[in-house]
Write a protein that binds this ligand. Sequence first.
Ligand code: FEO
Length: 162
Amino acid sequence: MRISTKMNAAINAQIGMELASSNQYLNTAAYFAGRALRKLAEFFFKQSDEEREHALRLIRYLNDMDGTVEIPAIGAARSSFDSAEEAIQLAYDSEVKITASINALMEQAIEERDFATQEMLRWFVNEQVEEVSTMDDMLKIARQVGERNIIMVEAYLVHEEV
Ligand code: FEO
């Protein structure tokens, strides 16, 4: 194994977090699909795929480093929401949490002078800037239009092609 046991465990925990996020976005997409808000559903299905890709990226890295992949137990994702804003708020909060977790991994990699892991994590650091920003925009739009006019978010998504 070319990374520390501690780093290996922390990356496995991160894989769990990315997969939990992928599952949550599937539920969130289904929630929007159930409300016939197709663009919002499409947006979250796409986000779910991206989260799975993030998990795969970490799995491939552990394989490359001769580490051990141990996917942790993943809790149930939330499936019902009182409003679109609540569903999007959950996504925003989750991205903020994932960012903090990536930053903690980076701190650990720096502490361990693990340059390969630092290099691998740099991609995630940049990706999180984009992901938090995207969810922040979505949340701002949802708040501005309000639940009664949430259909307008669909038009926003067609226009922005996010
Ligand atoms: Fe994989 Fe949205 O963080």
